[in-house]
Ligand binder design. Sequence first.
Ligand code: ADP
Length: 567
Amino acid sequence: MAMIRQPRDLATSIRQAVDRKAVLFSHFLFAITACVHTALDPTSLNYEIAGVIILCSIFLILALFRSFDLASLNNHPRRYLTAYIIIAFLGLAFFTDPVTPYDFLWFIIIYLMNLYYGARGVWITVAAYGLTSLAKLAFMTYMEYVDYSEQLYIVAGFFIFTSIASFFVNVQKVFDWDRLQLRKTSQIALVEQKRLLALINSMTESVLVLDNSGVVRLYNAATLALLDTNRDLNNQPLSNFAHFEKDARPLDVKAILPTNNLPSIRNDILLRYDESDVAALSMTITPIRTAFGSDVAEAGYILTMRDITREKSLEEERDEFISVISHELRTPVAITEANISNALFVVESNKDISTIQTSLAAAHEQALFLANMINDLSTLSRAERGKLNLTLEEIDVRELVDELYRDYQESIEAKGLQLVKQVENDAPRLLVSNRLYVKEILQNFITNAQKYTKAGTIILQLAKSETGNVRFSVTDTGIGISTSDQKKIFNKFYRSEDYRTRETSGTGLGLYITKKLMELIGAKVTVISELNKGSTFSVDIPNTNRHRPPEPSKPATPLQSPSEGVH
Ligand code: ADP
């Protein structure tokens, strides 16, 4: 059984619809011609003419049925065509003249058979035509029809019909081959297109194709992530999804597109999500040229975008770092330089030695400040690069408290403050941790307490935490820290806006470094503070597990421990 070639695409469906109308129309013409033929020559109304009229009417009815799909014939072309061939066979063989113009009905059958069954259908029609011709010849012999020219016409007609059918099949082959090539080419194009889409979809940068009026024609998955949307962007103006800004002013998409044919790169545009959320973008806009090298023929733009908010904030942080450090360095260097030159002047003029001593002491103090700051910076840089190592040792915590007390008592009392040491009875004796880091953490708390307290007492306390760990606390009666500031004081470069803080020098790095060191030894800090009353910084330090994987290749990073703390 031949497979029915069901029409698949739109073009075939249209062709088929036209075919149906054409068949209907041709039958209609045949029927009219037969009627006119009879009307013009009523005497010729013999059985042959009657046969033609009957045949044409049957075909017309069939075509009507098919054209308007009255018996769902369109879904069953095989039934329709079989009926058609049988009627043609019987009608043209037995009811019409041996050779009649109505033989052309076979061409309609060929056409339809080819449409549904291809070459095989055409050859079936040829066979049916051959059988009809044979039947006609047999019928003529039976009727003792002696005009042999008619028989010759029938035979010749068969050969002509066969040649035309063969021509039909070959033309169809060419069409089929073309269609196959077209399908292959479009399949290749489809694969290429899919490959291209997979490529741009796997890119982490957002890629968009815009037309000249800023309407999106193509986009990748990263674009949806960047614009924070799930909607289909195709054929929609980009401005519906992206709200660009420059210098705090909204920027229209069209204003971003370059007016010349050169690609443009921009890092000054922001993408606003909502009032508080905004991303800095790095954007490349490349005009598309349909004809390469042509200046005029452009078909839109390729827009690539990348979120550079983090890079920008790092850049800003670096700028802030440079500005803070240069500002902080300027004062001590200037004071040191002034005092040394003063001392030199005094030496040269052989004046009072006590003036030299005061100048050198001031210069020494500032040099110490600089040394501390450099120490801070180097610790910070190592902490940022994750290069701080942990060597563990047993620390006698009471001895450590004594040492800190000894180190700071003099300078604290020199400021008119009192330093008190409190060691609780149940406080642990030993701690396994890194002594250098523990000492540096406490030094930071003590120097801050000293710096931000004008009068009163500083208490250095050693106790046992609820979890049984060692707890060190530094309590002062100083300026205190507001609740909102308490959340920020461990941030890099953060210094309170309080004028009393600003009276003292500092970089806002001390507590940030302390936080890094605490993370390293697993310590937890608690800050309790009230403005104008004072602050308590408590740190719970656990015994660090000795079996923690050591890093033997690297020796412990020797942190310089400044004699007077970090600040
Ligand atoms: P710096 O002291 O150089 O400013 P820190 O990181 O050590 O930097 O401290 C950050 C900020 O925390 C200080 O600027 C100050 O505002 C606040 N602060 C820290 N310790 C105290 C304290 N004991 N009393 C009041 N404010 C403090």
